[in-house]
Design a protein around this ligand. Sequence first.
Ligand code: DX5
Ligand code: ZN
Length: 215
Amino acid sequence: MQRIIVAPSILAADFSRLHDEIHRVEAAGADWIHCDIMDGHFVDNISFGPEIVGIVRGLTNLPLDVHLMIEHADHYVPRFVKAGANSITVHVEPEAKHDLATTLRQIQEAGCRAGLTLNPETPFDLIEPFLHKIDLLLIMTVHPGFGGQRFRADQMQKVKRARSLNDKIDIEVDGGIDPRTAKLSITNGANVLVAGTSIFHSRDYATAIRELRGE
Ligand code: DX5
Ligand code: ZN
């Protein structure tokens, strides 16, 4: 079986101690660092931008997995590439206001892995035409914008469908991931677990990460 990748979302980290948080999560066995970028337009929250991603880049050699919940991602992609992103995921919904094929090509030509994602309300059909053009697929298991929300098990059918259509791609789940929902996601075909609350709000990051992997 494929090794499960754990990607802590720093949205739930203590930003007053970001340096320490990144080092602790790395020492605890994190595989990637997930950076949630929110613009207050595509989602109803504002998080951080390329400056902070650049700071995180300086703190770790782990791959930086950048999730853009923003409008006009194509305009900002170069700044996140420059900041040190390894993978960049963009939203498929028309409200994200960009040409998907162009943005995906732009990300790949810049040397990054390109990902596509969809909200829980968005039908899987919108993703299907791109399934063999992307490097990773991120299935939102909460409505994006905030950490700490409840996992939506109804999204597992999308994970299952994606895995049945492409057994090579990385399939990432994001939102409400804890040991129980991680197990369910893995059973359905996911191999990358994004988790904010269940890692950064835990007492022992190493135990939290091990439990997500089902160890
Ligand atoms: C939600 C973000 C998630 C979020 C996950 O908009 O995309 O990455 O940080 O947080 P938890 O694990 O707390 O649901
Ligand atoms: Zn995310």
